[in-house]
Design a protein around this ligand. Structure first.
Ligand code: PLP
Length: 384
């Protein structure tokens, strides 16, 4: 059991744990049962079934996630994209319009630009760093403002506090995808956001072994989203719930290590003669460093950089490193190194990539849990 005053580390361990414990089990057991016996004269809403997101594993996890973000309620979903798509669909109907940050995760970008228009839902992309331009993008049918806490791969941070305030002033639901920030480094509800989304596949689970999502916020909004989630069927399997529940307990330790390691690597890269540019919000040279310092407790485990030798040098580094796996995703124990133009941003045209600042040679480094010194030695060897 957790108290509201408990610190994050304590809430990660104790919030949402069943009371009394099931059979005395200290770790939450897996309830791998699709359906549950009806108790007495229970009504339809009391039926327990995996797709209805209400098995003991779902309920414990939802309570833990809500406590971690300081919210009333939360939901777990079958992937980060299930969280994004179900949330947007439940808040926007035909004729609805949303404002969204221009640099979005590729899947979210595709959903907003290709799938939502087929349902009569339109959007306008905004510059999340320039609040003075937002009012001109409003329409009478605008319902939602959608941003990401840290953009990928240039790790930019928009004016998050202004976004939450603007949404409130204009009657919009404000949504933030805080996957890259994590609740360890940023608490978006304290900035005034209505809903926080996560790809729990990444830091929340933290072990590169499941795909999951989370939606956290006010109970009434979560109830509306759950209703659609129950119908669309994007429920997380109880075994994946169990793994996410287990992963969450070490979130604070992992993210603090990854953030400290990423900062050390960014500083080391900044001084290396083969490196042309380093993008990391913890560096004083980063354009959004002041915002990061104001709102974040740590700057996250993702950084990107460019080598003087361009694409060729970037591919050579990927091939030469021993400890850095060439694979998409982030937030696990393993450090991952990719060239976004051929990975996360391969779906964009070279023109679109250039417009969003993703050069062909840009490298993205998602720092894992290895010793920082070993990662630096690996980069040093790779850059020789
Ligand atoms: N949001 C962000 C910021 C992401 O990076 C991702 C995946 O990379 C998603 C959402 C989608 O998450 P998932 O792959 O769990 O569906």
């Amino acid at each position: 059991m957790s108290e509201p005053d408990d610190r994050l580390e304590t809430r990660l361990i104790h919030a949402g744990e069943p009371q009394p414990r099931f059979g005395g089990a200290v770790a939450m057991p897996v309830f791998q049962s699709s359906t549950f016996a009806i108790d007495g004269d229970a009504g339809y809403h009391d039926l327990r079934y995996i797709r209805l997101n209400n098995t003991p594993n779902h309920l414990a996890l939802a309570e833990k996630l809500a406590a971690i973000e300081g919210a009333d309620a939360a939901l777990v979903t079958s992937s980060g994209m299930a969280a994004v798509s179900t949330t947007l669909l439940s808040l926007l109907g035909a004729g609805g319009h949303l404002l969204a940050q221009r640099e979005l995760y590729g899947g979210t970008h595709g959903f907003i630009t290709r799938d939502l228009p087929r349902l009569g839902i339109t959007h306008t992309f905004i510059d999340a760093g320039d609040p003075s331009t937002w009012a001109a993008a409003l329409q009478p049918s605008t319902r939602v403002l959608y941003v990401e806490a840290i953009s990928n791969p240039l790790v930019r941070i928009g004016d998050l506090a202004a976004a939450a305030t603007f949404a409130r002033q204009h009657g919009l639901v404000s949504i933030i995808d805080a996957t890259f920030a994590t609740p360890v480094n940023l608490r978006p509800l304290t900035l005034g956001f209505d809903l926080v989304l996560h790809s729990a596949t990444k830091y929340l689970n933290g072990h590169t072994d499941i795909v999951a999502g989370a939606v956290v916020g006010r109970a009434a909004l979560i109830e509306t989203i759950k209703h659609l989630l129950d119908h669309l069927g994007g429920s997380l399997d109880p075994h994946a719930c169990f793994l996410l529940h287990r992963g969450l307990k070490t979130l604070a330790l992992r993210v603090r290590h990854q953030s400290a390691s990423a900062l050390a690597l960014a500083r080391w890269l900044e001084r290396h003669p083969a490196v042309a540019a380093v993008h990391y919000p913890g560096l004083e040279t980063h354009p959004d460093h002041t915002r990061a310092r104001a709102w974040f407790s740590g700057f996250g485990g993702v950084l990107s950089f460019e080598l003087r030798g361009g694409v060729e040098a970037a591919d050579r580094l990927i091939a030469r490193t021993r400890l850095m796996t060439h694979a998409p995703s982030l937030g696990g124990p393993e450090t991952l190194l990719t060239r976004p133009a051929t990975a996360s941003h391969a779906g964009l045209t070279p023109d679109e990539r250039q417009r969003t600042g993703v050069t062909e040679g840009l490298l993205r480094l998602c720092v894992g849990l290895e010793a920082t010194e070993d990662l630096i030695a690996d980069l040093e060897r790779g850059l020789e």
